[in-house]
Design a binder for this molecule. Structure first.
Ligand code: ATP
Length: 314
């Protein structure tokens, strides 16, 4: 028998919804309809593999989750959050969910395959990005945040590992497992995660550490951390352990390396502000407008951001 929190419960309606809206296939697809390729990565509860639709030849990434393991570890809710938030998203800067299906043992999420992998890999490889590349990637991340916030979704775990790159080297934000839908969570229940730590130590906002509450502005804190990291090559707050990292965050204990471009420094300082209400970008549409008008973004063509070729990474 099926538990009410079994991922199975929400799967079929989702897949039907997606397949009718995006793919004209009448028959519901299963894992057998795909030729599986190489493993793209492993998560704590999932394996992501490259896949090709045997009929259309289209390429995807399939995230395969072991149902028993998810239920045992009480992660059903998070899987549903990821599935339901991603299912709402339709934006060039966010990984697309096409549909979900399952068999007896696993739940499969068919995703856009971001062929160039994680932004983190490129930061590590290059050490850091120049100002022009940093501006380009920061703009794309900001545009994706603006979109998800407009949809009422806070990501809460933005970091270079969760920012994937497609073959054009444009970003695709992923990992919505810790996202939050404003007002209520996607299952329509009161969110009970406010008291538990979500996110990654280095990018977590001070309000989450102190108030145990994240807001839209928390994603702008993470944006400030990522912008800093693209230029400095390392995140602004990093202690010897999680506790020490948290101490640095709540005391705003960070410094800029020499040669950090002043215009980027000014933006980082306005994003890494302890009070979320005073952070640049806070305050709804007007706040985002102000953030996008910061001199760091001078020259950015927001209207054609996704048509422009990515700058060569330097
Ligand atoms: P955890 O669940 O432990 O937080 P995770 O979120 O990284 O880890 P997955 O979502 O299963 O776990 O992803 C595993 C890896 O697969 C990722 O690190 C990423 O590099 C790769 N990956 C995930 N989705 C895609 C995708 N759509 N395209 C290309 N690579 C992907």
């Amino acid at each position: 028998s099926q538990r009410s929190d079994d991922p199975a419960v929400q799967t079929s309606s989702n897949s039907q919804q997606r397949s009718s809206s995006t793919h004209s296939s009448v028959k519901k697809k299963g894992v057998k309809d795909f030729e599986l390729g190489k493993t793209l990565g492993e998560g704590s509860y999932s394996t992501v593999v490259a896949a090709r639709d045997r009929t259309t030849g289209r390429e995807y990434a399939i995230k395969i989750l072991d149902k028993k393991h998810i239920i045992k570890e009480k992660k059903v809710k998070y899987v549903n959050i990821e599935k339901n938030t991603l299912n709402k998203m339709n934006h060039p800067g966010i990984v697309r969910l096409y549909f979900t299906f399952q068999d007896h043992n696993s739940l499969c999420i068919l995703l856009y395959h971001a062929k160039n992998g994680e932004l983190l890999t490129f930061i590590k490889k290059l050490g850091s990005f120049d100002l022009n590349c940093t501006r380009y990637y920061t703009s794309q991340i900001l545009a994706a945040i603006e979109y998800m916030h407009d949809q009422g979704v806070i990501h809460r775990d933005l970091k270079p590992e969760n920012i994937l790159l497609d073959e054009k080297m444009h970003i695709k934000v992923t990992d919505f497992g810790t996202a939050k839908i404003l007002g209520k969570n996607v299952a329509g229940e009161t969110d009970d995660r406010a008291n538990s730590f979500v996110g990654t130590a280095e990018y977590v906002s001070p309000e989450l550490l102190k108030e145990k509450a994240a807001c839209k502005s928390s994603d702008f804190w993470a944006l400030g951390c990522i912008l800093y990291q693209l230029i400095a090559g390392r995140p602004p707050f990093k202690g010897g352990n999680e506790y020490m990292t948290f101490q640095k965050i709540v005391h705003l204990d960070y410094t800029f390396p020499e040669g950090f471009p002043p215009v980027a420094k000014d933006l980082v300082k306005k994003l890494l502000v302890l009070n979320p209400a005073e952070r640049l970008g806070a305050g709804g549409k007007e706040g985002v407008k102000q953030l996008k008008s910061h001199p760091f973004f001078d020259g950015v063509r927001w209207d054609t951001l996704w048509q422009q070729p990515a700058p060569r990474l330097l």
